[in-house]
Write a protein that binds this ligand. Structure first.
Ligand SMILES: Cc1cc2nc3c(=O)[nH]c(=O)nc-3n(C[C@H](O)[C@H](O)[C@H](O)COP(=O)(O)OP(=O)(O)OC[C@H]3O[C@@H](n4cnc5c(N)ncnc54)[C@H](O)[C@@H]3O)c2cc1C
Length: 564
């Protein structure tokens, strides 16, 4: 069997290695347009920031490893320019010589990825404007930074003396994870960074109120955010700098510009071969990663996948799914019945010592789909036992089915161990767990790692209390019209207060029930929802209509939650 794999990075390389492990006899050709195979795209922003100082560290396995260990015929600098599904051939062009050859295949795997979006804006090709997608991109960025900016000092008029000043101003366009990671790394390189984002929030997959926390944190680390403003073009300015012009009419001066406007599936070959393209613009595949042509498979960023929660077709550009899909395609080619389960978009981004992570559906996605059978809770548990040094709060939002308690999505932000909570929740979600399962999950605990009630258990307990009717909840939207009862201590009110709320401390509540209305619903507030839960229980058992305001004051002001 002769298998040709187009694309030598995440999806393609994992497909090639797996296929060889399953089939010693297959002839495997892996063609890669660029100079490298199996390189760590995900490490590129950190190479820009010098966190990964050596370029060589980015190469997970080189072409030679694939040749010697896996007996794969690796052809770098070789572009697949045409596929002919009827003839089962691929046309290949050698970049160095221009020579075009045709190879036949029994099975073909496409893993061409998703190139960065590069709109035809005026000035977009000016020197100093970069993308962060390939190793050569980061090499060029590092060289550009290290070269400094030529400018003429005051002396030049008389002496012709020239000097170099360091490049100091960066504009990053796009608030997705590549833009944010690169922005952070440019701050580490001493840049004054402005991030321009067309949307009204950064990190589009998460909900706006959670994104606000990250936005506040970035601003406190010196990144200037320009939201709700699209880029309109680029002007060459004095001293070889660039003005980034936005639709609102602003001009942001820059010594370097990073374009991180998102990616678009590379469907060039697929379209040429007449393969079916889906509604989201990616290559349409079945659960075996097979395209509309039975002997052609496609994997990675170029394909559409089923969203695991909503069942919608979606585009998920992540390394984990690409690697798993490459492996599944290899399995199927080798005669096994492997299937891709769909993607839930589990992601994490680290920024200035904190992390934002998420899995499954966001609330805004459910709203867009008109789904009303969900509830959400906010909670702020400590990352580990509060009495053990170093515990940090984690801001969590959990979304679950009202009707059966099924976990639908989770978002978490914090400075300690956010990843393990979202990883646990992602696993639970994929296994179809309910919030009742989260209550009962048995997770690692010693004080430096977690709590006897881990944040994951805690999330399950809070959500299950809501569903069992033990803790009716409400949210801040619309809360101003309700009767607000704040059960915190007076000293806390001096720091932040909810306008219009009456204050009865939790410890005095039983004695002062007569001060509360029986003809109105009471929304109970504390700092994070825990004392309000106890208060709500007291009130409900005394015949009041009471609801806990989920997340308390923190869910109202949680943009200030992450502090160093
Ligand atoms: C800067 C950056 C940071 C990232 N960070 C993360 C992260 O932290 N976590 C995460 O999950 N994901 C991350 N990703 C995304 C992740 O890298 C991708 O989802 C993953 O690499 C997709 O794998 P792929 O095989 O589909 O495509 P790619 O890895 O893009 O590989 C496609 C390859 O195909 C080659 N190719 C395309 N067309 C042809 C052709 N016609 N002929 C020959 N070769 C061709 C390309 O040159 C390319 O090397 C990051 C991506 C970038 C760019």
């Amino acid at each position: 069997m002769k298998v040709i794999i187009v694309g030598g990075s995440a999806g393609g390389a994992s497909c090639a290695a797996r296929l060889r492990r399953l089939d010693e006899k297959a002839e495997i050709i892996m063609v890669e347009r660029g100079p490298y195979v199996s390189y760590a795209n995900c490490g590129l922003p950190y190479h820009v920031g010098n966190v990964i100082p050596k370029e060589a560290s980015l190469f997970v396995a080189d072409a030679n490893t694939f040749r010697t260990q896996f007996a794969v015929d690796v052809r770098t600098g070789c572009e697949a320019t045409k596929i002919s599904p009827n003839k089962k051939t691929v046309e290949l062009r050698n970049a160095a010589t221009g020579e075009v050859t045709t190879e036949s295949y029994d099975k073909l795997v496409l893993s061409p990825g998703a190139p960065s979006i590069r709109p035809p804006l005026p000035g977009i090709d000016l020197p100093g404007i970069f993308e962060v997608r390939t190793v050569p991109d980061t090499r060029a960025i590092r060289e550009w930074i290290e070269r400094g900016s030529q400018f003429l000092s005051g002396m030049h008029k008389y002496s012709g003396f020239q000097t170099v000043r360091p490049k100091t101003r960066a504009v990053v366009i796009g608030g997705g994870f590549i833009g944010l990671e690169t922005a952070e790394n440019l701050v580490h390189r001493g840049f004054d960074v402005t991030l321009v984002e067309m949307g009204d929030q950064i990190l589009a997959p998460i909900d706006p109120e959670m994104a606000r926390i990250v936005e506040g944190y970035l601003e406190r680390h010196g990144i200037r955010l320009a939201l709700n403003d699209g880029v309109a073009g680029f002007n060459e300015a004095a001293n070889a700098t660039i003005d980034v012009l936005t639709k609102s009419g602003k001009a942001h001066p820059a010594d370097i510009v990073i374009l991180a406007l998102g990616v678009r599936p590379d469907t060039t070959l697929a379209k040429m071969g007449g393969l079916k393209i889906g509604e989201r613009g990616g290559i349409r595949v079945d659960e075996h990663m097979r395209t509309s042509s039975p002997d052609i498979f496609a994997v990675g960023d170029a394909v559409e996948v089923k969203d695991f929660v909503t069942g919608e077709w979606s585009l998920i550009a992540l390394a984990g799914p690409a690697n798993r899909q490459g492996r599944i395609a290899a399995d199927v080619i080798a005669g096994r019945d492997s299937r891709f389960r769909g993607s839930q978009g589990t992601s994490i981004i680290g920024l200035f010592g904190a992390a934002a992570a998420w899995t499954g559906a966001s609330e805004k996605t459910l709203k867009r789909l008109g789904d009303k059978d969900y509830e959400k809770i906010y909670l702020y548990p400590n990352s580990h036992a509060g009495y053990y040094p170093g515990a940090k709060p984690i801001a969590m939002k959990i979304i679950f089915r009202k009707s059966d308690g099924k976990l639908l999505g989770a978002q978490a932000l914090g400075q300690d161990n956010v990843d393990k909570r979202i990883s646990a929740l992602a696993m639970a979600l994929q296994m179809g767990a309910t919030v009742y399962d989260l209550e009962e999950s048995e997770l690692c605990y010693a004080p430096q790692f977690g709590s006897a009630k881990d944040p994951v258990n805690f999330a399950g307990m809070v959500a299950a209390d809501v569903l069992r009717g033990d803790m009716p909840i409400s949210h801040w939207d619309g809360a101003e019209k309700a009767f607000l009862l704040d059960v915190r201590e007076p000293v806390e009110l001096a720091v932040e207060s909810a306008p219009g709320a009456i204050n009865i401390q939790l410890g005095q509540l039983r004695a002062r029930l007569g001060e509360l209305p029986r003809d109105r619903e009471i929304l109970v507030i504390c700092r994070s929802g825990q004392r309000a839960y106890c208060a709500t229980r007291i009130l409900v058992q005394h015949g009041f209509r009471a609801r806990n305001l989920s997340g308390g004051m923190l869910s109202r002001f949680h943009s200030l939650l992450l502090v160093d």
